[in-house]
Design a binder for this molecule. Structure first.
Ligand code: CFM
Length: 474
């Protein structure tokens, strides 16, 4: 079945889903650049829709605040909020403090009736005493504590004085936005207001950059940071992969912000530009052309073009033969990619470089600018879906039959049950996938998924025996 002929059967009772599904070129204009294509996005989920979205708290605690390695990450709310945001997205820091511990005020019925402020203050002090090496406390508000009106900001102020370390309160209660995307925004604003610029170290920062919007999933940073350093720039701060809280405080000293995840972190780059005049550039650190361009753009800013070309040439020579091997193997293979936001459009380019064709692309919480890029990059006839629910994902997998599905933990088992080769593009089962070396690893994992003999066996079970078998049996 081609994507143009495809219609979701599962949505007959949910007509609100129709504006969230589009096929590039279906209006007949067939513009290769996708300009004019439109899909409804970043709006509230329809009640009854089995969405896979996360909440505002998830975006703030899990994505932006969570990776900061040397602070206590404290959830002010019921224990479930803390448990389900713990370790789901691996924050790979040099020491794995956050994989070992999670902190929560554990609000129960009595606290909800009588208020949780006292419990919050006690929890902050107790945690700070138990873990004296921690350099501060990040407190995340949840739906329940916001609804009862706990004044967490005031508690944080008092606690800061008591423990002598920054206590940062994030007003990221789950219901505030339509998805985790609002939590990214709140995380950016809070860190900017509470921490950035609070210390002013001396030194030469004329060649200092911040890597903004990378979260060091399975050590992604190891693939590209040495290349930036080799250019001759100094990486001052990361926002927020493997970062220490003191590094966030001084990130305003950098000469340039290099922004990778445009969805989750452009906010802070824009705020720094307004307040401190720090320019920023948008880059993509996935894919061969993109990482080369990221190095070139950074180099151009500092006048280091020659070094950039040398590094790019060397790295390309290392990986090209391997990429070519996979390109041969991937001929004619089709991908369905479903990521949270930018990775969907980052990776359409990456797949193209590997000789794979993207037949369907979806995001959980992408905004209009993400979809513009998806429409621009996907081929004419490509299916684009905003915030797909599980029945929709099942239909795409069973009807359009991609050769490989690239998505996250939530979709992994749906794919396996349906016998579809799968690669975990969110938290990576192996990885890292960024940079030049990550591209080879990504290709290897896609190849392993597609070529695994398990799929043939699995489909053989469910299919009627081929005629030749029947003939042999006669
Ligand atoms: Fe940015 Fe991310 Fe993403 Fe994101 Fe995420 Fe992620 Fe993602 Mo999973 S910050 S928007 S909220 S690139 S956790 S590292 S993979 S959905 S596309």
């Amino acid at each position: 079945m081609t994507t143009e002929e495809f219609r979701f059967q599962c949505n007959t009772t949910l007509p609100e889903r129709a504006p969230h599904v589009a096929v590039k070129g279906s209006c007949g204009c067939v513009r290769a650049d996708g300009a004019g294509c439109f899909i409804s996005s970043n709006v509230a989920t329809t009640p009854g829709d089995m969405t896979e979205r996360g909440c505002t708290y998830a975006g703030c605690r899990g994505v932006v605040g969570g990776p900061v390695q040397d602070v206590i990450q404290l959830t002010h709310g019921p224990i479930g909020c803390a448990f389900f945001s713990w370790g789901y997205r691996p924050h790979v820091a040099d020491d794995d403090f956050h994989m070992k511990y999670t902190f929560v005020t554990d609000m129960d019925e009595t606290n909800i009736v009588f208020g949780g402020e006292k419990k919050l203050l006690q929890s902050i002090v107790e945690a700070a005493n138990e873990f004296p090496d921690a350099k501060g406390v990040f407190v995340y508000n949840t739906c329940s504590t916001a609804l009862i009106g706990d004044d967490g900001r005031d508690v944080a102020k008092r606690a800061t004085e008591m423990i002598g370390k920054p206590v940062v309160f994030f007003e990221c209660e789950g219901f505030r936005g339509v998805s985790q995307s609002a939590g990214h925004h709140i995380g950016n604003e809070t860190i900017f207001k509470e921490l950035v610029g609070s210390v002013d170290p001396e030194g030469d920062f004329s060649r200092a950059i911040n890597i903004v919007g990378d979260y060091n999933i399975k050590h992604d940073m190891r693939t590209f940071e040495p290349l930036f350093e080799e250019l001759g720039v100094k990486i001052l701060t990361r926002f927020t992969g493997n970062v220490r809280v003191d590094q966030l405080k001084s990130m305003h000293k950098a000469a340039l912000n290099v922004v990778h995840c445009a969805r989750s972190a452009t906010y802070i780059a824009e705020m720094m530009q307004t307040k401190y005049g720090t320019p920023f550039i948008d880059v993509t650190l996935f894919g061969i052309k993109a990482i080369a361009q990221a190095l070139r753009d950074t180099a151009t800013f500092f006048g280091l073009e020659e070094q950039a070309e040398r590094i790019i040439e060397r790295e390309l020579a290392k990986i090209e033969p391997q990429i070519e091997y996979y390109r041969q193997r991937f001929q004619g293979k089709r991908v369905f990619v479903y990521q949270g936001g930018p990775r969907a459009w980052h990776w359409i380019e990456m797949f193209r470089e590997l000789g794979l064709e993207t037949i369907a692309a979806a995001t959980t919480f992408g905004h209009e600018d993400d979809y513009e890029k998806i429409f621009n990059r996907i081929q004419v006839g490509g299916l684009v879906v905003d915030n797909p629910n599980v029945p929709e994902i099942e239909e795409i997998l069973t009807q359009i039959k991609p050769d490989v599905f690239v998505s996250g933990n939530k979709e992994k088992y749906v794919a396996y049950k349906l016998g579809v080769p799968f690669v975990n593009g969110h938290t990576y089962d192996t990885g890292p996938y960024a940079g030049f070396s990550g591209m080879v690893r990504f290709a290897r994992d896609i190849d392993k998924a597609i070529s695994s003999p398990i799929w043939k066996l699995l489909h053989a079970e469910s299919r009627p025996a081929p005629e030749s078998y029947a003939a042999a049996a006669d």
